[in-house]
Design a protein around this ligand. Structure first.
Ligand code: G3H
Ligand code: 13P
Ligand code: ZN
Length: 390
């Protein structure tokens, strides 16, 4: 609650800022009178700021979360990928954790900038902390859960996530000129690694439009750049562009052909030759695929049957993702499919039971439908089931 106005209580963050400004002011005069020099004062100030940062920050290890390092190494060796599911609300989080626990899969909980704005950054972080306890309550003694910032756009956003308990961050400088992307990613890596937080960088541009991630064209990753990028930035994983894109409209019908057996639209294949070239340049390096929703036809049909208007929504065929998961692709991002599963279930309840107005009666089925979807992805697409250590 941001309470503004005279006499109203302030948020913790605002209080902390006022407090530190006060401390800084007093220290300035105290240190200046003792040390006589501005440079001594600046050194003292730097030291104090560092002490404050280290003592006020929340480390993800204390929350029971893990980073991606070991998880990715095992996934590459084992020929599977870790699911990275976005969440914005409690029902999505519950469904993700239940699916991960019941399939004994490691999982990455992803929070986008849009999600932080929608649900409140603090709330989402505490929900992820709660997710670890929830997984244990469901019978998983040692859950492997990563809390990851999706498409971090600035150093400050990444720092704020690292300082508040995220175990992994993405810095997305893919839209920047190459050298700027390198410099920004390197800066985030240098900060994150002090706290053993892992960092995902991105090279190449994905097409597609989401709330905070938009581009109307794509550029495949240039395999010639990946060694230089990974070496100079020190990033722990690399998101690449091989033809996937964000959202539910990944291809136009004109780009697809009809499968004579099923009558379904088949999009052009992913650029596996680009992936192969990247893997050749960086053997064993963790690769990430964004924009990997399959846009299940049955969910789109249900949505349209019950009043929706999703026209020509086309995703990535699951066989292509299964093939990618067997390679160095060890993290696959899925968000739109969960949105479709949720919307389909809610629309069905509204259409079939128009007198229903208890949110649990439509959010409950939505949660069940998402859980079913997550389990399907884990078992049949990513192959991360039964991969927990115990
Ligand atoms: O890649 C983007 C994710 O799907 C997050 O989307 O920014 O609408 O939360 P959002
Ligand atoms: P989709 O829109 O294909 O689900 O991609 C999600 C994503 O890449 C999140 O970063
Ligand atoms: Zn993405």
């Amino acid at each position: 609650m941001a309470c503004k106005g005279k006499g109203l209580p302030q948020t913790n963050k605002e209080n902390r800022i006022i407090f530190f400004k006060g401390v800084d002011f007093v220290l300035f005069y105290m240190l200046k009178s003792i040390m006589f020099s501005d440079s001594y004062y600046l050194c003292g100030r730097f030291l104090i700021i560092n002490v404050i940062t280290y003592t006020t920050m929340v480390n993800y290890k204390d929350l029971g979360l893990v980073n991606t390092r070991e998880m990715f190494a095992k996934a590459i060796k084992g020929g599977y990928a870790i699911p990275a599911f976005n969440f914005n609300n409690m029902e999505q989080m519950q469904a993700i954790i239940k699916a991960a626990v019941e399939t004994k899969s490691p999982v990455i909980l992803q929070v986008s900038k849009g999600a932080r704005q929608y649900a409140n950054a603090t709330l989402l972080r505490y929900m992820a902390q709660g997710a670890v306890e929830y997984a244990k309550e469901l019978g998983c003694a040692h859950p492997e859960i990563v809390l990851h910032l999706d498409h971090g756009d600035t150093f400050e956003t990444c720092k704020s996530c690292i300082d508040s308990g995220f175990s992994s961050v993405m810095i997305d400088g893919s839209h920047l000129p190459y050298e700027e992307n390198v410099a920004l990613t390197k800066k985030v890596v240098e900060y994150a690694h002090q706290f053993d937080v892992t960092v995902e960088g991105e090279l190449g541009v994905l097409a597609g439009v989401e709330d905070e991630v938009s581009s109307d064209h794509h550029t495949y990753t240039d395999p010639e750049e990946v060694i230089d990028f990974a070496t100079r930035t020190g990033c722990d994983s690399l998101a690449i562009s091989i033809g996937t894109s964000h959202g539910a409209y990944k291809f136009t019908p004109e780009q697809c052909h009809i499968d004579p057996k099923t009558g379904r639209m088949v999009p052009p294949p992913l650029a596996f030759e680009v992936l192969d070239a990247v893997m050749e340049k960086l053997p064993g390096f963790p690769i990430v695929l964004h924009g990997s929703s399959s846009v299940p036809e049955e969910e789109v049909e249900t949505i349209n049957k019950y009043g929706g208007a999703l026209k020509a929504a086309i995703g990535i065929p699951e066989e292509e993702l299964r093939k990618a998961a067997k390679s160095a692709v060890c993290k696959i991002n899925i968000d739109s499919d969960s949105r479709l599963a949720m919307t389909a279930a809610v629309r069905k309840v509204f259409a079939e039971k128009p007198a229903e107005f208890d949110p649990r009666k439509y959010l409950g089925p939505a949660r069940d439908n998402m859980e079913k979807l997550y389990k399907h992805k884990i078992i049949n697409v990513l192959g991360s089931d039964n991969k927990l250590a115990q």
